[in-house]
Design a binder for this molecule. Structure first.
Ligand code: ATP
Ligand code: MG
Length: 443
C-alpha cells in the first residue's frame, strides 16, 4: 500500500506541476505578446507621423526594429533591413498588411526561421494610402517554454522529494494503528485510532469472540459426546464380558442380551442425533423446501407414534385445521414433529394426553403446537432445554433412552426455517411448545 500511495502522490504532483507550467507559460506568453505588439503599435504610430523621413532612408531606428513601407498595391517601397527593396516580393498577402489596408491597422506574429523565435508585426495605413509596418523578433512560445524547462524540472524534483516524505508520514500514520491492532486486538483502545477504523475493529472483535465461543462449544460438545458414548458402550462391554466368562446363568442370558440390545439402540439413536445435528450445523447443506400439507404430515407422525404412546398408556390425538399448506423442508419438519411428540409421550404420566394442533395465525403464519398433560419442566430449566445434552431429570431421561439432543435439533430446524419457538410449562400440569412459521401469504 505504501508503494502504491507513493506512486500515486508522485503522479499527481508531477501532473499538477506540468499542467501549471503549461498554463502559466500560455498566460505569460499571451501577456508578453500583447506587450510587444503594444510597443510596436506605439513606435509604428510615431514613425507614421514622419513618413517622408522614413522613406528617404535617413532615419535611424531603434535597435532591433525593422521598418517596411509598402504602397497601396503591396509593392515594397522601403525596408530598413534590405538595400534593394524593389526586388522584394509583393507584401499584399501578409495578414497584418491586408488588415491595415482594410481597417487602418493590423497585427500578426509568426514563427521565425528557428522554432524558438517569433516575428511580431504591426502595420498602419498612412494618409497617402501606403502602409508602414514595424516588426521585431523576440522569443516564441516554444522558446519561452524551453527557457523555463530547467525551472520546471527542478520544481518536479522538489515535488517528488516532498511526495516521498509526505507519503511516508501519511502511510505511517495510517498503518500505525493497524500494526498495533495486529499486535493485540483485544486490548487496543478504540479512542487511540482514527474513527474510520472503529467499525472494522468492532467487527473483527465480534468475529474473534464468535470463533472462540464456537470453539468452546465444539470442545464441550465433543466432551459430552464422548461421555454419552462411553456409558452404553461400557455397559455393553460389561454384560458381554460376563456372558463370555460364563458368569451368567443360562436362564438369564436372554435378559442380559436384552440389556445389550437396549444399550446398542441407545448408541444408535445417539449417533443418529449427532449426525442430524452436524447436518443442520453445516450451512452449506441447503434446505430442500417444497409445498406440503402440514396437517397431513402431523397426522402421519401421530400414526407412527401410536404404538409407543399405547405402550406408555398415553393418548395422542390431532386437533385443528384439517389442511394447512407449508413451504418448508418436509423431512426436517417431520423430524421436528416427531421430536416434540416423542417428548410429550415420554415425559408424560400414565393415562396422560397429548394434543398436536395445527392452526394459522393472523398474517398467514402456520402454527404447530404440541401440548401434553405430562410432568412439566421446572421454570429454571426452561431456558436450557434447547441446549445440547441438557436433560432436566437425568435419571428419568436416561431410563427412557433420552440423550438430550431432541430439542437442540428442534431449535436448529426452527432457526433454519426462520420460524419462532414458544414454550410454556408448569410442573405437574403439562408442557406446551409452539412453532410459528413465517407467513405463507405470497407477496
Ligand atoms: P432425545 O430427545 O435426544 O432422545 P431427550 O428427550 O432427553 O433426549 P430433549 O428432547 O432435548 O432430550 O429434551 C431435553 C429435556 O427437556 C428432557 O430431558 C426433559 O427433561 C425435558 N423435556 C422435554 N420435553 C418435555 C416435555 N414435553 N415435558 C417435560 N419435560 C420435557
Ligand atoms: Mg426428546
Amino acid at each position: 500500500m505504501k508503494k502504491k500511495l507513493l506512486k500515486q502522490m508522485i503522479l499527481i504532483g508531477i501532473s499538477t506541476a506540468v499542467a501549471a507550467f503549461l498554463l502559466c507559460t500560455g498566460v505569460f506568453y499571451e501577456l508578453f505578446r500583447q506587450q510587444i505588439l503594444e510597443e510596436l503599435q506605439g513606435y509604428g504610430q510615431v514613425l507614421s507621423q514622419s513618413e517622408n523621413t522614413v522613406q528617404s532612408g535617413n532615419c535611424v531606428f531603434q535597435k532591433g526594429y525593422r521598418v517596411t513601407v509598402v504602397d497601396s498595391g503591396g509593392i515594397v517601397i522601403y525596408d530598413s533591413n534590405v538595400e534593394d527593396s524593389a526586388r522584394m516580393e509583393n507584401h499584399s498577402n501578409r495578414p497584418e498588411i491586408r488588415e491595415a489596408m482594410k481597417d487602418g491597422e493590423g497585427y500578426d506574429s509568426r514563427l521565425s526561421k528557428t522554432l524558438d523565435r517569433s516575428m511580431f508585426y504591426y502595420a498602419v495605413r498612412m494618409e497617402n494610402g501606403s502602409i508602414m509596418r514595424v516588426s521585431k523578433e523576440s522569443s516564441s512560445i516554444w522558446g519561452m517554454m524551453f527557457r523555463a524547462m530547467p525551472i520546471c524540472v527542478v520544481i518536479c524534483i522538489m515535488i517528488c522529494v516532498t511526495c516521498v516524505c509526505l507519503s511516508k508520514i501519511l502511510t505511517d500514520r495510517l498503518v500505525e494503528p493497524i500494526d498495533r491492532m495486529a499486535g493485540d486486538l483485544q486490548r487496543l483502545n478504540t479512542d487511540d485510532v482514527y474513527p474510520e477504523l472503529v467499525p472494522f475493529i468492532t467487527t473483527i472483535r465480534k468475529q474473534h469472540e464468535n470463533i472462540m465461543k464456537s470453539a468452546l462449544m465444539r470442545q464441550q460438545f465433543t466432551a459430552n459426546v464422548s461421555h454419552e458414548l462411553k456409558t452404553p458402550l461400557t455397559a455393553i462391554s460389561g454384560y458381554a464380558e460376563l456372558i463370555e466368562n460364563g458368569m451368567i446363568p443360562a436362564k438369564d442370558t436372554a435378559s442380559y442380551a436384552a440389556r445389550i440390545h437396549t444399550n446398542a439402540n441407545r448408541l444408535l439413536s445417539l449417533i443418529n442425533d449427532i449426525i442430524k445435528l452436524s447436518e443442520l450445523d453445516d450451512v452449506e447443506n441447503e434446505l430442500k423446501p417444497e409445498l406440503f400439507d402440514l396437517s397431513g404430515l402431523a397426522g402421519k407422525c401421530i400414526e407412527g407414534l401410536q404404538l409407543t404412546a399405547q405402550k406408555r398408556n398415553v393418548h395422542i390425538q390431532f386437533v385443528g385445521a384439517s389442511r394447512c399448506m407449508l413451504y418448508a423442508d418436509s423431512s426436517m419438519i417431520e423430524e421436528l414433529i416427531y421430536n416434540l411428540c416423542d417428548n410429550a409421550i415420554r415425559y408424560n404420566n400414565p393415562h396422560g394426553k397429548v394434543w398436536v394442533e395445527i392452526s394459522v395465525r393472523p398474517g398467514g403464519r402456520p402454527v404447530l403446537t404440541v401440548r401434553d398433560t405430562g410432568i412439566g419442566i421446572p421454570k429454571e430449566a426452561l431456558d436450557h432445554v434447547f441446549e445440547r445434552f441438557y436433560r432436566v431429570d437425568k435419571s428419568r431421561s436416561k431410563s427412557t433412552g433420552g440423550t438430550g439432543l431432541g430439542l437442540a435439533i428442534v431449535k436448529h430446524i426452527v432457526s433454519r426455517h426462520n420460524a419462532e419457538l414458544e414454550i410454556s410449562s408448569e410442573q405437574g400440569i403439562g408442557t406446551r411448545i409452539s412453532v410459528i412459521f413465517p407467513s405463507q401469504n405470497k407477496e
